[in-house]
Unconditional design. Structure first.
Length: 191
């Protein structure tokens, strides 16, 4: 079993049969350095943001840390990932972080012996030795939600300079849409 299935990404694949969703899946499978995905579900007070990214965009490398300095660098970077208020600037509602769930590719080795079966093990090896990905889920609770909510991701691009493009899919109580964010165009508005 792959334990790193991003929840919201699966939701979008399940509820959409649009061309975009198919593209998105292809894109995700392609694991393109510089490109990340954000999936957002917003319904009344509940706002859920999922960030999926090649580790390259976040840490600059995807191999397991080879020394203490690299381990420290990862810890420092993951601290940033665990601070949604410093990554996302939300306007249109007062949102508080409820929960952050970070899945780091750099923790996998601890679980190594859990993998059973040759083929699965091979897949895992391939994944960890060639490409690694982060999956982070942020849960917010928002007061006085209006009919529009804007999320500014400028700090994501600022903190992680290897990040060039973020493909966003969002779902609100009434609408569903998508957009591509860049360093220059870094705000998504949901309605
Ligand atoms: Zn990669």
């Amino acid at each position: 079993m792959n334990m790193k299935k991003p929840i919201l990404a699966l939701l979008f694949l399940a509820i959409t049969s649009t061309a975009f969703a198919k593209d998105e899946k292809t894109q995700h499978d392609a694991h393109e350095h510089g490109v990340a995905e954000i999936n957002i579900v917003w319904e009344k007070a509940d706002l859920n943001i999922e960030l999926l990214s090649p580790a390259f965009n976040i840490t600059g490398f995807e191999y397991q840390p080879a020394n203490h300095d690299q381990e420290e660098a990862i810890a420092k970077i993951e601290k940033k990932l665990n601070a949604p208020n410093e990554l996302f600037s939300i306007t249109g509602a007062a949102c508080k972080t409820v929960k952050t769930k970070l899945e780091s590719p750099f923790e996998e080795h601890a679980d190594h012996e859990k993998h059973e079966g040759k083929e699965e093990h091979k897949d895992h090896e391939h994944e960890s030795s060639t490409h690694s990905e982060y999956a982070i889920n942020y849960e917010f609770s928002c007061d006085n939600s209006k009919s529009e909510l804007s999320i500014d991701t400028a700090n994501v691009f600022k903190h992680f300079p290897n990040m060039e493009k973020i493909k966003v899919q969002w779902l609100s109580a009434t609408k569903q849409s998508s957009a591509v964010l860049t360093k220059k165009s870094n705000t998504i508005t949901l309605n």
